[in-house]
Design a protein around this ligand. Structure first.
Ligand code: F0G
Length: 419
Protein backbone atom coordinates (compact mmCIF):
# COMPACT_ATOMS: atom_id res chain seq x y z
CA UNK A 1 0.00 0.00 0.00
CA UNK A 2 1.31 3.42 -0.76
CA UNK A 3 0.04 6.94 -0.27
CA UNK A 4 -0.35 9.18 -3.30
CA UNK A 5 -2.36 12.18 -4.49
CA UNK A 6 -5.86 11.17 -5.65
CA UNK A 7 -5.70 13.87 -8.32
CA UNK A 8 -2.19 14.18 -9.81
CA UNK A 9 -0.82 10.82 -8.63
CA UNK A 10 2.31 12.26 -6.99
CA UNK A 11 3.69 10.20 -4.09
CA UNK A 12 2.99 11.67 -0.66
CA UNK A 13 4.55 11.54 2.79
CA UNK A 14 2.71 9.89 5.67
CA UNK A 15 2.47 13.00 7.88
CA UNK A 16 0.82 15.25 5.27
CA UNK A 17 -2.85 15.56 4.36
CA UNK A 18 -2.79 17.36 1.04
CA UNK A 19 -0.63 16.90 -2.05
CA UNK A 20 2.43 19.14 -1.94
CA UNK A 21 2.28 19.45 -5.76
CA UNK A 22 -1.43 20.23 -6.39
CA UNK A 23 -3.14 20.43 -2.96
CA UNK A 24 -5.38 17.45 -3.84
CA UNK A 25 -6.59 14.86 -1.31
CA UNK A 26 -4.40 11.84 -0.68
CA UNK A 27 -5.44 8.21 -1.05
CA UNK A 28 -3.91 4.79 -0.44
CA UNK A 29 -3.30 2.55 -3.43
CA UNK A 30 -3.49 -1.21 -2.95
CA UNK A 31 -1.28 -3.69 -4.81
CA UNK A 32 -3.85 -6.27 -5.99
CA UNK A 33 -1.18 -8.66 -7.26
CA UNK A 34 -0.29 -9.57 -3.69
CA UNK A 35 -3.57 -11.40 -2.85
CA UNK A 36 -5.44 -14.58 -3.65
CA UNK A 37 -9.21 -13.88 -3.37
CA UNK A 38 -10.14 -17.39 -2.14
CA UNK A 39 -7.56 -17.24 0.62
CA UNK A 40 -8.63 -13.72 1.56
CA UNK A 41 -12.29 -14.71 1.90
CA UNK A 42 -11.48 -17.70 4.07
CA UNK A 43 -9.06 -15.69 6.26
CA UNK A 44 -11.77 -13.06 6.84
CA UNK A 45 -14.35 -15.73 7.63
CA UNK A 46 -12.06 -17.65 10.02
CA UNK A 47 -11.39 -14.53 12.06
CA UNK A 48 -15.08 -14.39 12.95
CA UNK A 49 -14.48 -17.40 15.19
CA UNK A 50 -11.64 -15.69 17.07
CA UNK A 51 -12.01 -13.65 20.26
CA UNK A 52 -8.89 -11.60 19.64
CA UNK A 53 -9.88 -7.89 19.76
CA UNK A 54 -8.59 -7.15 16.27
CA UNK A 55 -10.51 -10.11 14.85
CA UNK A 56 -13.79 -9.09 16.48
CA UNK A 57 -13.55 -5.67 14.81
CA UNK A 58 -15.27 -5.42 11.42
CA UNK A 59 -12.43 -3.16 10.34
CA UNK A 60 -9.27 -4.92 11.55
CA UNK A 61 -10.64 -8.29 10.47
CA UNK A 62 -9.89 -7.04 6.94
CA UNK A 63 -6.40 -5.82 7.86
CA UNK A 64 -4.66 -7.17 4.75
CA UNK A 65 -6.52 -4.43 2.88
CA UNK A 66 -5.57 -1.63 5.31
CA UNK A 67 -2.43 0.47 5.61
CA UNK A 68 0.02 -1.21 7.99
CA UNK A 69 -0.32 -0.08 11.62
CA UNK A 70 1.58 -1.81 14.44
CA UNK A 71 -0.71 -3.93 16.54
CA UNK A 72 0.24 -2.27 19.84
CA UNK A 73 -1.11 1.04 18.44
CA UNK A 74 -4.50 -0.34 17.36
CA UNK A 75 -7.40 1.32 19.19
CA UNK A 76 -10.61 -0.62 18.65
CA UNK A 77 -14.09 -0.61 20.17
CA UNK A 78 -15.21 -3.66 18.10
CA UNK A 79 -16.64 -1.38 15.42
CA UNK A 80 -18.25 -2.17 12.09
CA UNK A 81 -20.00 -5.41 13.06
CA UNK A 82 -22.99 -4.59 10.95
CA UNK A 83 -26.52 -5.86 10.75
CA UNK A 84 -28.30 -6.12 7.45
CA UNK A 85 -32.09 -5.94 7.91
CA UNK A 86 -34.72 -6.52 5.25
CA UNK A 87 -36.62 -3.29 4.68
CA UNK A 88 -40.24 -4.42 4.62
CA UNK A 89 -42.10 -1.21 5.38
CA UNK A 90 -39.37 0.89 3.79
CA UNK A 91 -39.38 -1.27 0.68
CA UNK A 92 -43.13 -0.99 0.19
CA UNK A 93 -42.98 2.76 0.94
CA UNK A 94 -40.50 3.10 -1.91
CA UNK A 95 -42.24 0.51 -4.12
CA UNK A 96 -39.17 -1.74 -4.10
CA UNK A 97 -39.37 -5.50 -3.55
CA UNK A 98 -35.74 -6.22 -2.59
CA UNK A 99 -34.50 -3.54 -0.24
CA UNK A 100 -32.35 -4.06 2.86
CA UNK A 101 -30.91 -1.66 5.40
CA UNK A 102 -27.19 -1.78 6.11
CA UNK A 103 -27.24 -0.14 9.53
CA UNK A 104 -23.97 1.64 10.24
CA UNK A 105 -25.65 3.31 13.21
CA UNK A 106 -25.24 0.02 15.11
CA UNK A 107 -21.66 0.96 15.93
CA UNK A 108 -20.05 1.70 19.33
CA UNK A 109 -20.72 5.45 19.13
CA UNK A 110 -23.84 4.87 17.01
CA UNK A 111 -22.67 6.13 13.64
CA UNK A 112 -20.53 4.97 10.70
CA UNK A 113 -17.72 7.27 11.80
CA UNK A 114 -16.30 4.59 14.10
CA UNK A 115 -15.08 2.48 11.19
CA UNK A 116 -12.87 5.31 9.96
CA UNK A 117 -11.96 6.62 13.36
CA UNK A 118 -10.43 3.36 14.59
CA UNK A 119 -7.88 3.57 11.78
CA UNK A 120 -7.25 7.33 11.98
CA UNK A 121 -6.76 7.33 15.76
CA UNK A 122 -4.63 4.17 15.68
CA UNK A 123 -2.43 5.87 13.10
CA UNK A 124 -2.29 9.01 15.26
CA UNK A 125 -1.26 6.89 18.23
CA UNK A 126 1.40 5.08 16.21
CA UNK A 127 2.82 8.47 15.23
CA UNK A 128 2.84 9.64 18.85
CA UNK A 129 0.25 12.40 18.33
CA UNK A 130 -0.89 14.13 21.54
CA UNK A 131 -3.91 15.95 20.16
CA UNK A 132 -6.57 14.97 17.62
CA UNK A 133 -8.82 17.56 16.05
CA UNK A 134 -11.86 17.60 13.79
CA UNK A 135 -14.68 19.79 12.52
CA UNK A 136 -18.03 18.12 12.89
CA UNK A 137 -21.79 18.21 12.68
CA UNK A 138 -21.74 15.86 15.69
CA UNK A 139 -21.02 12.28 14.73
CA UNK A 140 -17.36 12.63 13.81
CA UNK A 141 -16.94 14.54 17.07
CA UNK A 142 -18.43 11.72 19.15
CA UNK A 143 -16.39 9.04 17.38
CA UNK A 144 -13.15 10.98 17.60
CA UNK A 145 -13.75 11.70 21.28
CA UNK A 146 -14.38 8.03 22.11
CA UNK A 147 -11.36 6.65 20.25
CA UNK A 148 -9.13 9.45 21.55
CA UNK A 149 -10.20 8.64 25.10
CA UNK A 150 -9.19 5.01 24.55
CA UNK A 151 -5.88 6.10 23.01
CA UNK A 152 -4.98 8.64 25.71
CA UNK A 153 -5.03 11.44 23.14
CA UNK A 154 -6.58 14.87 23.80
CA UNK A 155 -9.62 15.43 21.58
CA UNK A 156 -10.50 18.92 20.36
CA UNK A 157 -13.68 19.25 18.30
CA UNK A 158 -15.02 22.27 16.46
CA UNK A 159 -18.78 22.21 16.07
CA UNK A 160 -21.29 24.82 14.93
CA UNK A 161 -22.74 26.53 18.03
CA UNK A 162 -26.23 26.40 16.47
CA UNK A 163 -28.19 23.64 14.82
CA UNK A 164 -26.58 20.34 15.70
CA UNK A 165 -28.05 17.56 17.79
CA UNK A 166 -27.74 18.06 21.56
CA UNK A 167 -27.43 14.27 22.03
CA UNK A 168 -24.29 14.20 19.92
CA UNK A 169 -22.72 17.07 21.85
CA UNK A 170 -23.60 15.42 25.18
CA UNK A 171 -22.07 12.17 23.99
CA UNK A 172 -18.88 13.96 22.92
CA UNK A 173 -18.64 15.71 26.29
CA UNK A 174 -19.11 12.36 28.05
CA UNK A 175 -16.08 10.95 26.25
CA UNK A 176 -14.05 13.83 27.65
CA UNK A 177 -13.40 15.89 24.51
CA UNK A 178 -12.80 19.63 24.52
CA UNK A 179 -15.74 21.02 22.58
CA UNK A 180 -15.39 24.40 20.88
CA UNK A 181 -18.76 25.75 19.73
CA UNK A 182 -17.92 28.10 16.88
CA UNK A 183 -19.82 31.03 15.50
CA UNK A 184 -20.21 29.54 12.03
CA UNK A 185 -21.25 26.41 10.18
CA UNK A 186 -19.48 23.10 9.52
CA UNK A 187 -17.77 24.47 6.42
CA UNK A 188 -16.21 27.28 8.44
CA UNK A 189 -15.09 24.82 11.13
CA UNK A 190 -13.45 22.60 8.51
CA UNK A 191 -11.70 25.60 6.99
CA UNK A 192 -10.10 26.31 10.38
CA UNK A 193 -9.11 22.68 10.86
CA UNK A 194 -7.59 22.46 7.37
CA UNK A 195 -5.39 25.45 8.16
CA UNK A 196 -3.73 23.59 11.08
CA UNK A 197 -0.34 21.92 10.78
CA UNK A 198 -0.83 18.13 10.43
CA UNK A 199 2.66 17.71 11.85
CA UNK A 200 1.45 19.17 15.17
CA UNK A 201 -2.05 17.72 15.52
CA UNK A 202 -3.76 14.69 14.05
CA UNK A 203 -6.51 16.02 11.75
CA UNK A 204 -9.11 13.28 11.52
CA UNK A 205 -11.81 14.63 9.26
CA UNK A 206 -12.46 12.48 6.21
CA UNK A 207 -9.78 14.42 4.29
CA UNK A 208 -7.53 12.07 6.29
CA UNK A 209 -6.95 9.03 4.02
CA UNK A 210 -6.79 6.65 7.01
CA UNK A 211 -10.45 7.47 7.72
CA UNK A 212 -11.41 6.39 4.22
CA UNK A 213 -9.54 3.10 4.61
CA UNK A 214 -11.53 2.23 7.71
CA UNK A 215 -14.86 3.28 6.23
CA UNK A 216 -14.32 1.22 3.07
CA UNK A 217 -14.45 -1.88 5.31
CA UNK A 218 -18.23 -1.45 5.54
CA UNK A 219 -18.24 -2.65 1.94
CA UNK A 220 -16.28 -5.81 2.76
CA UNK A 221 -18.52 -6.51 5.76
CA UNK A 222 -21.61 -5.99 3.59
CA UNK A 223 -20.36 -8.21 0.78
CA UNK A 224 -19.33 -10.91 3.20
CA UNK A 225 -22.76 -10.84 4.85
CA UNK A 226 -24.27 -11.32 1.37
CA UNK A 227 -21.90 -14.19 0.54
CA UNK A 228 -20.10 -11.81 -1.85
CA UNK A 229 -23.21 -11.25 -3.99
CA UNK A 230 -23.14 -7.74 -5.40
CA UNK A 231 -26.33 -5.67 -5.04
CA UNK A 232 -27.64 -3.64 -7.98
CA UNK A 233 -27.72 -0.40 -6.01
CA UNK A 234 -26.10 1.09 -2.93
CA UNK A 235 -27.88 4.23 -1.77
CA UNK A 236 -26.31 6.51 0.82
CA UNK A 237 -26.59 10.06 2.14
CA UNK A 238 -23.94 12.56 1.06
CA UNK A 239 -22.54 15.43 3.13
CA UNK A 240 -18.81 15.99 3.04
CA UNK A 241 -18.68 12.95 0.69
CA UNK A 242 -15.99 10.99 2.52
CA UNK A 243 -18.28 7.99 2.87
CA UNK A 244 -19.18 7.99 -0.81
CA UNK A 245 -15.45 7.98 -1.61
CA UNK A 246 -14.89 5.16 0.87
CA UNK A 247 -17.72 2.99 -0.47
CA UNK A 248 -16.62 3.52 -4.07
CA UNK A 249 -13.03 2.63 -3.19
CA UNK A 250 -14.12 -0.47 -1.26
CA UNK A 251 -16.13 -1.84 -4.18
CA UNK A 252 -13.43 -1.05 -6.72
CA UNK A 253 -10.82 -2.81 -4.62
CA UNK A 254 -13.09 -5.82 -4.12
CA UNK A 255 -13.47 -5.98 -7.91
CA UNK A 256 -9.74 -5.60 -8.60
CA UNK A 257 -8.95 -8.29 -6.04
CA UNK A 258 -11.40 -10.72 -7.68
CA UNK A 259 -13.64 -10.83 -4.59
CA UNK A 260 -16.58 -9.71 -6.75
CA UNK A 261 -17.18 -9.62 -10.51
CA UNK A 262 -18.96 -6.28 -11.01
CA UNK A 263 -19.64 -2.96 -9.30
CA UNK A 264 -23.00 -1.93 -7.88
CA UNK A 265 -24.37 1.46 -8.86
CA UNK A 266 -23.91 4.09 -6.19
CA UNK A 267 -26.69 6.63 -5.60
CA UNK A 268 -25.85 9.58 -3.36
CA UNK A 269 -28.69 11.51 -1.75
CA UNK A 270 -28.32 15.05 -0.46
CA UNK A 271 -30.75 17.32 1.37
CA UNK A 272 -32.16 19.92 -1.06
CA UNK A 273 -30.81 22.83 0.96
CA UNK A 274 -27.32 21.33 1.03
CA UNK A 275 -26.99 19.79 -2.41
CA UNK A 276 -24.02 21.32 -4.25
CA UNK A 277 -22.88 17.84 -5.31
CA UNK A 278 -26.24 16.93 -6.85
CA UNK A 279 -26.14 20.18 -8.84
CA UNK A 280 -22.60 19.63 -10.00
CA UNK A 281 -23.31 16.02 -10.98
CA UNK A 282 -26.06 17.10 -13.35
CA UNK A 283 -24.75 20.45 -14.54
CA UNK A 284 -20.99 19.77 -14.68
CA UNK A 285 -18.18 22.14 -13.79
CA UNK A 286 -16.44 22.54 -10.45
CA UNK A 287 -17.93 22.59 -6.97
CA UNK A 288 -19.83 25.80 -6.25
CA UNK A 289 -20.25 25.98 -2.45
CA UNK A 290 -23.62 26.94 -1.01
CA UNK A 291 -24.75 28.12 2.41
CA UNK A 292 -26.28 24.89 3.66
CA UNK A 293 -29.81 24.78 5.07
CA UNK A 294 -31.48 21.58 6.20
CA UNK A 295 -33.03 20.05 9.30
CA UNK A 296 -30.96 16.91 8.63
CA UNK A 297 -28.15 18.61 10.51
CA UNK A 298 -25.56 15.83 10.05
CA UNK A 299 -25.43 16.59 6.32
CA UNK A 300 -25.75 20.36 6.58
CA UNK A 301 -22.61 20.90 4.52
CA UNK A 302 -22.23 23.41 1.69
CA UNK A 303 -18.67 22.79 0.47
CA UNK A 304 -18.00 19.02 0.50
CA UNK A 305 -14.26 18.38 0.77
CA UNK A 306 -14.25 15.00 -1.02
CA UNK A 307 -16.38 15.95 -4.02
CA UNK A 308 -13.76 15.07 -6.64
CA UNK A 309 -13.13 11.61 -5.23
CA UNK A 310 -16.87 11.03 -4.82
CA UNK A 311 -17.64 12.19 -8.35
CA UNK A 312 -15.11 9.72 -9.75
CA UNK A 313 -16.64 6.89 -7.73
CA UNK A 314 -20.26 7.62 -8.67
CA UNK A 315 -19.34 7.92 -12.36
CA UNK A 316 -17.28 4.72 -12.40
CA UNK A 317 -20.18 2.87 -10.80
CA UNK A 318 -22.73 4.15 -13.34
CA UNK A 319 -24.65 5.65 -10.45
CA UNK A 320 -26.40 8.94 -9.80
CA UNK A 321 -26.84 11.82 -7.36
CA UNK A 322 -30.11 13.45 -6.30
CA UNK A 323 -31.56 15.66 -3.63
CA UNK A 324 -34.63 15.26 -1.44
CA UNK A 325 -36.61 17.76 0.60
CA UNK A 326 -36.51 17.97 4.39
CA UNK A 327 -40.14 16.76 4.52
CA UNK A 328 -39.28 13.72 2.42
CA UNK A 329 -36.40 12.96 4.78
CA UNK A 330 -38.65 13.36 7.81
CA UNK A 331 -41.31 10.96 6.49
CA UNK A 332 -38.74 8.41 5.31
CA UNK A 333 -37.12 8.51 8.77
CA UNK A 334 -40.46 7.74 10.40
CA UNK A 335 -40.93 4.82 7.99
CA UNK A 336 -37.52 3.36 8.92
CA UNK A 337 -38.77 3.52 12.49
CA UNK A 338 -41.89 1.53 11.55
CA UNK A 339 -39.58 -1.25 10.41
CA UNK A 340 -38.45 -1.54 14.03
CA UNK A 341 -35.06 -0.26 12.97
CA UNK A 342 -34.95 3.54 13.17
CA UNK A 343 -32.25 5.98 12.20
CA UNK A 344 -31.28 9.62 12.51
CA UNK A 345 -32.60 12.18 10.00
CA UNK A 346 -29.59 12.36 7.64
CA UNK A 347 -29.62 8.57 7.29
CA UNK A 348 -33.18 8.56 6.05
CA UNK A 349 -32.17 10.59 3.00
CA UNK A 350 -31.24 7.16 1.59
CA UNK A 351 -34.75 5.76 1.74
CA UNK A 352 -36.26 9.05 0.55
CA UNK A 353 -33.83 8.85 -2.38
CA UNK A 354 -34.79 5.26 -3.23
CA UNK A 355 -38.44 6.30 -3.35
CA UNK A 356 -37.73 9.05 -5.85
CA UNK A 357 -35.43 6.89 -7.97
CA UNK A 358 -38.21 4.28 -8.09
CA UNK A 359 -40.73 6.93 -9.17
CA UNK A 360 -38.37 7.89 -11.98
CA UNK A 361 -37.76 4.22 -12.74
CA UNK A 362 -34.02 4.77 -12.46
CA UNK A 363 -34.12 1.91 -9.96
CA UNK A 364 -36.24 -1.06 -11.07
CA UNK A 365 -38.95 -2.47 -8.80
CA UNK A 366 -37.14 -5.81 -8.43
CA UNK A 367 -33.62 -4.43 -8.21
CA UNK A 368 -31.51 -5.60 -5.29
CA UNK A 369 -31.03 -2.44 -3.19
CA UNK A 370 -28.92 -1.73 -0.13
CA UNK A 371 -30.16 1.31 1.76
CA UNK A 372 -27.31 2.60 3.91
CA UNK A 373 -28.33 4.01 7.31
CA UNK A 374 -25.51 6.03 8.80
CA UNK A 375 -26.66 6.95 12.32
CA UNK A 376 -28.75 5.49 15.16
CA UNK A 377 -32.31 6.66 15.94
CA UNK A 378 -31.22 7.98 19.37
CA UNK A 379 -28.70 10.36 17.82
CA UNK A 380 -31.40 12.99 17.54
CA UNK A 381 -34.26 12.45 19.96
CA UNK A 382 -35.43 16.06 19.77
CA UNK A 383 -36.03 15.73 16.03
CA UNK A 384 -38.13 12.58 16.51
CA UNK A 385 -40.14 14.19 19.29
CA UNK A 386 -41.02 17.22 17.21
CA UNK A 387 -41.97 15.03 14.23
CA UNK A 388 -44.38 13.02 16.36
CA UNK A 389 -45.88 16.21 17.82
CA UNK A 390 -46.53 17.58 14.32
CA UNK A 391 -49.26 16.83 11.81
CA UNK A 392 -46.84 14.89 9.61
CA UNK A 393 -48.25 11.80 7.84
CA UNK A 394 -46.51 9.21 10.03
CA UNK A 395 -46.63 11.13 13.32
CA UNK A 396 -47.44 8.91 16.30
CA UNK A 397 -48.92 11.06 19.06
CA UNK A 398 -48.53 10.37 22.76
CA UNK A 399 -51.99 9.52 24.15
CA UNK A 400 -53.00 11.63 27.10
CA UNK A 401 -54.45 9.50 29.93
CA UNK A 402 -55.00 11.93 32.82
CA UNK A 403 -57.44 9.65 34.68
CA UNK A 404 -57.80 5.93 35.34
CA UNK A 405 -60.97 5.94 33.24
CA UNK A 406 -59.16 7.46 30.31
CA UNK A 407 -56.42 4.86 30.63
CA UNK A 408 -58.98 2.03 30.80
CA UNK A 409 -60.79 3.39 27.77
CA UNK A 410 -57.53 3.39 25.85
CA UNK A 411 -56.71 -0.15 26.95
CA UNK A 412 -60.19 -1.27 25.83
CA UNK A 413 -59.78 0.47 22.51
CA UNK A 414 -56.41 -1.17 21.87
CA UNK A 415 -57.34 -4.65 23.01
CA UNK A 416 -60.64 -4.81 21.15
CA UNK A 417 -59.33 -3.27 17.96
CA UNK A 418 -59.58 -5.52 14.93
CA UNK A 419 -56.25 -6.40 13.41
N1 F0G B 1 -24.96 10.57 7.74
C1 F0G B 1 -24.61 10.95 8.98
C2 F0G B 1 -25.41 10.45 10.13
C3 F0G B 1 -23.49 11.81 9.17
O1 F0G B 1 -23.15 12.17 10.39
C4 F0G B 1 -22.80 12.28 8.03
C5 F0G B 1 -21.67 13.18 8.17
C6 F0G B 1 -23.21 11.83 6.77
C7 F0G B 1 -24.30 10.98 6.67
C8 F0G B 1 -22.53 12.23 5.53
O2 F0G B 1 -21.32 11.55 5.35
O3 F0G B 1 -19.83 13.50 5.13
O4 F0G B 1 -19.06 11.22 4.52
O5 F0G B 1 -20.76 12.41 3.11
N2 F0G B 1 -21.32 13.69 9.28
C9 F0G B 1 -20.09 14.46 9.50
C10 F0G B 1 -19.88 14.72 10.98
C11 F0G B 1 -19.92 15.62 8.63
O6 F0G B 1 -19.20 15.69 11.33
O7 F0G B 1 -20.33 13.92 11.77
P1 F0G B 1 -20.16 12.20 4.47
Amino acid sequence: MHLACSECGADAADDTLFCSACDGLLAFALDPGAFDPTLLRSTFAQRRLSNDAVDTSGVWRFRELLPPIPRHAVVTLRENVLPLYDARTGGSYADATHAAYLHLGMNPTASFKDAGMTVAISHAKARGARVAVCASTGNTAAAMAAYSARAGITALVLVPAEGISASKVAQTLDYGAIVAAIDGDFDRALEVVRSLDPGRVAIVNSVNPYRIEGQKCAVFALLEARDWRVPDWIVLPGGNLGNTSAFGKGFREALTLGLIDRLPRIAVVQASGAAPFAKLFHEGGDMVPVTARTTATAIKIGAPASWRKALGEVRKSGGTVLDVSDDEIADARAIVGRDGVGCEPASAASLAGVRILRERNTIGRDDDIVVVLTGHVLKDGAYATSYHESAAPFANRIRSTPTDDALRALIDEVTTARV
